[in-house]
Design a protein around this ligand. Structure first.
Ligand SMILES: *Cc1c(COP(=O)(O)O)cnc(C)c1O
Length: 396
């Protein structure tokens, strides 16, 4: 039994058999044992993405958290071409920061944090500028908004641009149809909706696009996507020493997902999110964005007026419950409640009961005057006025 209930967007409470998997025997990563383990993980990742019966896609696994996979893609697929980053939050901005370092022809199209991507604006931009690659985040974890892959993918195709997507917090919870959405490469990590320990990430991509990377300039030795592809294809291995025991854990998590059934799992997460949301609405809480725009892994809640979120988190922590703070311009304006990992329906009821009690009994002395954070309009205008400064105040 783990000490904390992690109601966060990641890390997660892992399944008992994942905890056991990490203790498996020591093997050498240059032996056939590891070749088999990596092959098994790749096959399972492709199954999770509904790509099992085709040689048109491959998956590579990287030792490093989700950012490593994003940096691997951004340093390996752009060359000297023009890349446009679409951003409506902290993680879109991070894609931009990474790309700026790697690629001199990096452009940014910004939307308000917590606002939908405006397809008209994207098309207008593409009419006026020659863009070769478009990158965006699927689930913008900072606001909880699920951005539409299909619409942006269709526009990318129409303008002849390659489409790459950060699926770090959506893979394992939402359908990602790479073919239908014209996605060339997408990234994700082991420790969010996939449900394993942190420390591994992966890239799923089109085989023909992986092949073309050979002819692009190398911008990173360790995070070189072509090298990962070449090694898995040629040797069923990784270029450098992998965190072998995390691979055992990842394999077990993928076995768990596939034996539950991918669609059953998505439905289960959606059900848990709905229970949490209804419960929080019943307590009188309000959400940052519309429920229909939310991903099924996370709910972003406005902090009620006069509640100090650090005290709220402390009181929940006393009950072994961990929630997440807002990031960037949402800091001290929202808190976030995840529903991934091994959280049972009982755990969810316990969370709702505890949250309700704590909010009802919030001590007068704990009450501080925060800006009118529960005013939806004020929150958005505050957020967007300050979005230029977000990278300065954002923290993990
Ligand atoms: C968590 C996350 C990342 C990666 O963060 P790491 O700290 O490297 O794991 C990237 N993109 C999104 C959308 C995320 O939610």
């Amino acid at each position: 039994m783990s000490k904390y209930l992690l109601f966060t967007p990641g890390p997660v409470n892992v399944a008992e058999n994942v905890r056991e998997a990490i203790c498996q025997q020591d093997i050498c990563h240059r032996e056939v044992d590891f070749d088999r383990l990596l092959q098994s993980i790749e096959n399972k990742l492709l199954k999770l993405f509904g790509l099992q019966d085709t040689a048109d896609y491959r998956a590579v696994v990287i030792t490093g958290s989700g950012t490593a996979a994003n940096e691997t893609i951004l340093s390996s697929v752009v060359g000297d071409k023009n890349i446009l980053i679409l951003s409506n939050g902290e993680f879109g901005d991070r894609l931009h920061s990474i790309s700026k370092i790697q690629n001199k022809n990096t452009f940014l199209l910004e939307f308000g944090w917590g606002e939908l991507l405006d397809l008209g604006k994207i098309e207008n931009y593409l009419k006026k500028h020659a863009i070769d690659i478009i990158a965006m985040v699927h689930h913008e974890t900072s606001s909880g908004m699920l951005n539409s892959l299909e619409e942006v993918g269709t526009i990318s195709k129409a303008y002849g641009a390659m489409f790459i997507v950060d699926c770090v917090s959506s893979a394992g919870a939402e359908v990602i149809d790479m073919e239908k959405c014209h996605i060339a490469f997408c990234s994700s990590s082991s420790s969010k909706a996939i449900g394993s320990y942190s420390g591994l990430s992966f890239v799923v991509g089109k085989t023909e696009e992986f092949k073309k990377l050979k002819y692009l300039p190398v911008k990173s030795t360790y995070l070189n996507l072509y090298k990962f592809y070449d090694f898995i294809k040629t040797y069923s291995q990784t270029p450098n020493t992998p965190a072998v025991h995390l691979f055992y854990a990842l394999e077990q998590t993928l076995i768990n997902i596939l034996s539950e059934g991918v669609t059953n799992r998505y439905a289960d997460l959606r059900h848990k999110a709905n229970l949490l949301r209804q419960g929080m609405l019943d307590i009188g809480l309000k959400f940052l964005i519309d429920q229909k725009d939310m991903c099924s892994v996370l709910t972003t809640v406005q902090i009620p007026l006069h509640i100090d979120v650090s005290i709220l988190r402390e009181k929940l922590r006393e009950k072994s419950i961990i929630i997440y703070e807002g990031k960037g311009c949402f800091k001290n304006k929202v808190f976030q409640v995840g529903n991934i990992g091994e959280l049972s329906l009982d755990n969810i009821q316990f969370f709702l009961k505890s949250l309700g009690e704590i909010l009802r009994n919030f001590d007068q002395v704990d009450i501080i005057n925060v800006i009118s954070a529960n005013d939806h309009q004020a929150l958005f205008s505050y957020a967007n006025e300050n979005s230029e400064n977000t990278s300065l105040v954002s923290k993990n």
